[in-house]
Ligand binder design. Structure first.
Ligand SMILES: *Cc1c(COP(=O)(O)O)cnc(C)c1O
Length: 228
């Protein structure tokens, strides 16, 4: 067992709890998801042994491969957080407990079509907080339309909003905008109360802005190995 991993996990959890209390929130409302991308499946196993139950990946192939590799750990919840191509939706759906990156109607449709015999899939609608369409996420002006569409998909449950803080802007102001988009989403889907925001560099600001699901990689896993 990697004792450094255990130490980092404890430290991050303590920082999360501190950040929550400092803004009057109960740390128990927060789901800490460990992003394991680029690390071997063995790391997922170690995390599981340390009590981690929520893990995330951002690429379908790695997502599928790792989930198969640790398929014996049947109480793990797999979160998909990367840009999703419609042709990969079926593979993602077969593993995912939640998809954080629904940003187009076609992605919602593809996930829905893959869900016929499955339990409902929790989805977050990803909003783009930058001016660069390549960053992923729906343009804020399209949020209500996407929300109505996704909510009409029988096998999807629209649970909340998601975003990645832009580079070159203080995360607090970006997440403040996100909180406004979360309110707009709740006007369309009243019980979509979740907010997926906050990574290694900005989880305290995300917690202050109302995040419920934190996606934390390097602060817990250590530096990502070279992709080779
Ligand atoms: C990699 C990744 C994270 C985690 O990033 P860290 O900075 O390592 O904490 C969170 N969200 C998404 C969408 C990612 O791709």
């Amino acid at each position: 067992m990697d004792t450094d991993l255990a130490t980092r996990l404890d430290e991050v959890d303590a920082r999360i709890a501190g950040a929550a209390r400092s803004v009057g929130r109960d740390p128990a409302e927060l789901t800490r998801i460990v992003v394991t991308k680029f690390h071997p499946a063995a790391l997922v196993r170690e995390l599981h042994a340390l009590g981690v139950r929520d893990v995330a990946e951002n690429r379908q192939q790695e997502f599928t491969a790792k989930a198969v590799d640790v398929g014996d750990l049947d109480d793990l919840r797999w979160h998909f957080v990367g840009q999703l191509q419609t042709k990969k939706a079926r593979a993602v759906r077969s593993v995912a407990s939640a998809v954080h990156s629904v940003d187009r109607e076609r992605v919602a449709d593809a996930l829905d079509a893959a869900g016929a015999e499955r339990p409902p899939l929790d989805v977050f609608l990803q909003v783009n907080l930058t001016d660069d369409p390549a960053r992923g996420g729906v343009e804020p002006s399209g949020l209500e339309h996407l929300a109505e569409h996704a909510a009409s998909c029988q096998t999807l449950r629209v649970r909340g909003i998601m975003a990645v803080a832009p580079l070159g802007e203080p995360p607090a102001s970006a997440f403040e905008r996100l909180a406004g988009y979360a309110q707009r989403l709740r006007k369309v889907v009243p019980d979509a109360t979740w907010m997926s925001a906050g990574m290694t560099a900005d989880f305290a600001e995300a917690i202050a802005a109302g995040a419920t699901h934190l996606r934390i990689g390097t602060a817990i896993t250590g530096d990502r190995p070279d992709r080779g």
